[in-house]
Design a protein around this ligand. Structure first.
Ligand code: AMP
Ligand code: GLY
Length: 427
């Protein structure tokens, strides 16, 4: 059994370490991978967005599976091309990945099928967009680029000046290229945020354990938005009652809507939810596993991930029982100084063993390089230190005590991952 995993961050490392646990003992390959992944999978220097290069690599390796993890190759149609060449794949085709690839598509889908989400309007003309914002006169104004923008396409403008700047930079200056030629202006929602990843074969949807991301760079949710500075699972705000409501009003209706549109979604669908005073609403869909949500969700999965992939491939997900450890997990991201703006690479990392791991935690490498027996930083987010435990408190203690033993020049991390979740648990 051979598996090729496309991608090279902490999420992919978590997927690979879970696949490595499979009783099928798969031989794992990864492109492009990173220094830590290379300890578990043979890595190839092919970019995740290089569709031709990936097809060539797959033809060379002849894997039984290709697992496409990141958003851009999915939205670009890598799965479609791989399937045409006869490969078995995990991940949605392009016509379904559009649920993340176009915010206008996803908002229109939700509107058409009555799936709860914030009110919105769509613009491709900055004067009209600004007139709309001025008429609404309601801040923060939520301004989103239609297409993919490396997780930076959402601006919460605190006042008119910021909103006007955001609109001009997106539509007129094409800050995110064609991704921001069209924008969505959306109602600002309040409440607790929850990430729910779900397996789906297009008919059945099986939510995984819920999680909570921490998107801001600094403690107390200050600083800039990042790709995510840490996660905990499960998310205490996401009660069983809310889970039932979400299944009925959001998860199933979304899967069914996609099927009705002739865009059957298979793989992992990510629901970014806001638990508002008026019920759960969708903030965003992602067509893939979240990063760093995967780093706390997959360690809690008991069922063989390969069995789940196979059940999805055969359209038989309803027949497979999927079970979870009754534990909690916490992941603390160790980032380069200056991230998410400007940072330096090539800092030597100390505190890791030969495998790039530590005794007490799972170390998921996000941006590392391995040269001459040493690990070096090679990205903004460098390592995700994950621990599991009987309680969230224990998982957090373990993750933080492991994080303290790791070091590199200008390393920084948040010291309050899980703090809100602990307060919710007590409250
Ligand atoms: P996204 O890149 O879509 O994940 O959005 C980044 C973050 O912006 C989300 O995690 C939310 O915290 C925030 N956000 C996005 N849309 C809204 C909204 N309509 N109301 C309030 N916050 C939002
Ligand atoms: N953690 C958010 C995302 O993966 O988009």
């Amino acid at each position: 059994m051979k598996i090729l995993v496309v991608g090279g961050g902490g999420r992919e490392h978590a997927i690979i370490m879970k696949l490595a646990e499979s009783p099928a003992h798969p031989e794992i390959f990864c492109a492009p991978g990173n220094g830590g992944i290379a300890k578990y999978a043979e890595c190839f220097d092919v970019k995740a967005t290089d569709i031709d290069g990936m097809v060539n690599l797959a033809q060379k390796i002849q894997p039984d599976w290709v697992f496409v993890a990141p958003d851009d190759p999915l939205v670009m149609g890598m799965v479609d091309v791989l399937q045409e060449k006869g490969f078995k794949t995990f991940g949605p085709k392009a016509n379904a990945a559009i649920i993340e690839g176009s915010k206008i598509f996803s908002k229109n889908l939700m509107k058409k099928y009555g799936i709860p989400t914030g009110n919105y309007a769509v613009f491709d003309n900055s004067a009209e967009a600004i007139a709309y914002i001025q008429k609404q006169n309601c801040y923060p104004a939520v301004i989103k680029a239609d297409g993919l923008a490396l997780g930076k396409g959402v601006i919460l403008a605190q006042n008119e000046t910021e909103a006007i700047d955001a609109v001009h930079s997106m539509i007129d200056d094409r800050k995110f290229g064609e991704s921001s030629a069209h924008i969505v202006i959306e109602e600002f929602l309040t409440g607790a945020e929850v990430s729910v990843l779900a397996f789906t074969d297009g008919k059945t949807v099986v939510p995984m354990i819920s999680s909570m991301d921490h998107k801001r760079a600094l403690d107390n949710d200050e600083g800039l938005n990042t790709g995510g500075m840490g996660t905990v699972a499960p998310n205490p705000y996401y009660t069983e009652e809310i889970a039932e409501e979400c299944m009925k009003k959001i998860f199933l209706p979304t899967i069914q809507a996609m099927q009705k549109e002739g865009r059957t979604f298979t793989g992992c669908l990510y629901f970014g939810l806001m638990l508002t005073p008026n019920g759960a609403k969708v903030i965003e869909y992602n067509c893939r596993f979240g990063d760093p949500e995967t780093q706390v969700v997959l360690p809690l999965l008991e069922t063989d991930l390969l069995d789940i992939m196979q059940a999805i491939w055969e359209g038989k997900l309803a027949e497979l029982p999927i079970t979870w450890k009754k534990q909690s997990a916490a992941c603390v991201i160790l980032a380069s100084g200056g991230y998410p703006v400007k940072y330096e690479n090539g800092k030597e990392i100390s505190g890791l063993n030969e495998q790039g791991q530590t005794e007490q935690a799972l170390i998921y490498h996000a941006g590392t390089k391995y040269t001459d027996g040493k690990f070096y930083t090679a990205g903004g987010r460098v390592l995700g230190v994950t621990a599991t435990g009987e309680t969230l408190e224990k998982a957090l203690q373990q993750a933080y005590s492991s994080a303290e033993k790791i070091q590199f020049d200008k390393m920084h991390y948040r010291h309050d991952i899980g703090k809100r979740a602990l307060q919710a648990n007590q409250g």
